[in-house]
Design a binder for this molecule. Structure first.
Ligand SMILES: Cc1cc2nc3c(=O)[nH]c(=O)nc-3n(C[C@H](O)[C@H](O)[C@H](O)COP(=O)(O)OP(=O)(O)OC[C@H]3O[C@@H](n4cnc5c(N)ncnc54)[C@H](O)[C@@H]3O)c2cc1C
Length: 321
């Protein structure tokens, strides 16, 4: 049986987040030839409708309201539930983002639906779809299916390939929802971390640890990240030492990332750090201690002083880019 699947499409700083396209690809697979409907919530989001159609959505529904400018679980919850009531879907896909992680349990409990979170691979399609997700901080994987009711999943950013972008036609409609009785209204958002590539969606991450020794020590890492179109991340050691903000922390109590390339400089490779990055596609470790634990998960290990190796890498990459 083919399914109608709703996707929560997220925007950030005036653009659609990549995970929205990945969620559409996941929804296509879950739908088994059915319909994929992308849902856009915000104060002014209809301009993104066509792009979602070009990336595989059969239809787009927008809910626009001043109270949806910033995420609140109350506001988004009311808006998304209104779309569910109108559409009566058999499947729902969210990105496993801060918003998706917060909103999905709320919606699942309202629907009395099962929820499979942090999915990294989907095997099969439609009724036969099996969802693969990491457990025990990425040391093992489990496979799950939903036997009855709505198939509700969140997908980890950077794992499911988006569909090829092509000119397509699909309806973009709006739904008017009265957002009321909000317990929280966000009046202003002040960003703590620097602008740039979103860490959880970055294809390349250059991460530094306590071995970077100071805030200024992160400058060569930032230079390499900028050259590769990536983002800078950090171990908790570097955050605790106040070299960088905690928003850059990767690991068990920080962000979980799966970039194509993860360069770890001056990071020992504690189990809690590995929990956030060991599923990266290619890992390069730079550490002056040949016994450092990070080398156990690295595809390429460079034993040396990061202050010599990182600028050298930047110079070499510059020659070929
Ligand atoms: C409950 C809990 C949750 C945690 N969550 C996280 C988490 O989410 N993320 C996280 O990262 N940690 C987490 N930790 C902390 C973790 O256990 C480690 O303490 C931390 O990851 C160490 O950071 P580090 O590798 O930067 O520092 P260190 O362990 O001090 O390692 C620094 C490394 O830099 C190398 N080095 C030094 N100078 C140079 C140089 N010039 N060139 C090259 N290499 C050099 C050293 O050889 C060393 O290997 C958590 C801990 C607990 C208890």
């Amino acid at each position: 049986m083919s399914k109608k699947v709703l996707v929560l499409a997220e925007t950030r700083e005036g653009a659609l987040r990549n995970v929205s396209f990945e969620a559409i690809a996941a929804a296509k697979q879950i739908s088994g030839g059915g319909e994929v409907v992308a849902v856009l919530l915000g104060d002014s989001v209809s301009e993104f409708g066509a792009e979602l159609v070009n990336c595989g959505a059969d239809r787009v529904i927008t809910v626009e309201h001043p109270h949806l400018k910033s995420y609140t679980s109350d506001g988004y919850g009311q808006a998304f539930m209104a779309v569910i009531e109108q559409e009566n879907p058999e499947g729902i896909v969210f990105g496993h983002t801060a918003v998706g992680k917060d909103l999905s349990p709320k919606i699942a409990s309202k629907l009395q639906a099962g929820l499979i979170s942090d999915v990294t691979t989907i095997e099969g399609e439609g009724e036969d779809a099996v969802f693969v997700r990491p457990i025990y901080s990425g040391k093992a994987f489990e496979k799950k299916t939903i036997k009855e009711g709505i198939t509700f999943v969140t997908v980890r950013p950077n794992n499911i390939a988006p569909l090829p972008r092509e000119e397509r036609s699909g309806e973009v409609s709006s739904l008017v929802v009265d957002i009321t009785n909000l317990r929280t209204i966000i009046s202003n958002v002040v960003r703590k971390s620097a602008e740039g590539v979103d860490l959880s969606e970055a294809k390349v991450i250059v991460a530094g640890g306590r071995g970077v020794k100071s805030a200024d020590g992160f400058a060569p890492l930032q230079e390499l990240a900028n050259l590769l179109g990536g983002a800078v991340g950090a171990s908790r050691g570097a955050c605790d030492a106040d070299y960088v903000d905690y928003s850059l922390q990767i690991g068990q109590t920080g962000k979980v990332v799966t970039p194509d390339l993860y360069i770890a400089a001056g990071i020992s490779g504690a189990i809690q750090h590995l929990a956030g990055m060991s599923n990266s596609k290619v890992i390069v470790a730079i550490n002056k201690d040949p016994e450092a634990n990070i080398f156990k998960v690295a595809d390429y290990g460079i034993v040396g002083d990061l202050f010599e190796v990182v600028p050298m890498l930047t110079e070499e990459f510059r020659k070929v880019m």
